[in-house]
Design a protein around this ligand. Sequence first.
Ligand SMILES: [Zn+2]
Ligand SMILES: [Zn+2]
Length: 158
Amino acid sequence: MQKMTQEKMKNSEMRNNEMKENEWRFREEMQNAGLRLTRNRRRIFEVLEMVDRPLTVQQIAKTLVGEVHFTSVYRSIETLTQARLLREIPRGFKNYYELGEMFRPHHHHVTCGHCGRSLAIDDPRIEKLMRELTLRAGLMPTHHNFEMFGVCRKCRRQ
Ligand SMILES: [Zn+2]
Ligand SMILES: [Zn+2]
């Protein structure tokens, strides 16, 4: 057990522990999904865990250039998404990927349409409304997917 309480820990230490925890969870979830923990799959997970924001296949492949072949990155992402270890976020004409909800609690994003910076949004009112709207339409809610866009302060100044 940890001797220090979470409050006492420095932010970086907390982040470190969170990353280690996610790494274990990743191994476990891979096993549950009946997927082999290949090096490529692990590297993709590590990249997304590290940057902590949604990336496109191209962006992930660029980070792993010389290490993992593009086709392999593409295929691994597809496999991990099907197993829900990754979450696909449709954004404009591109799909973005982030860690699945087993690693990061459910949330949405507000993205700057100019520079692409995005912020995670988590508000119970959104969840309540999504549920109500789906029920009102006569459907049992399963999941939802939506993204918000705007122009950030930095981009507004230019
Ligand atoms: Zn911006
Ligand atoms: Zn939601």
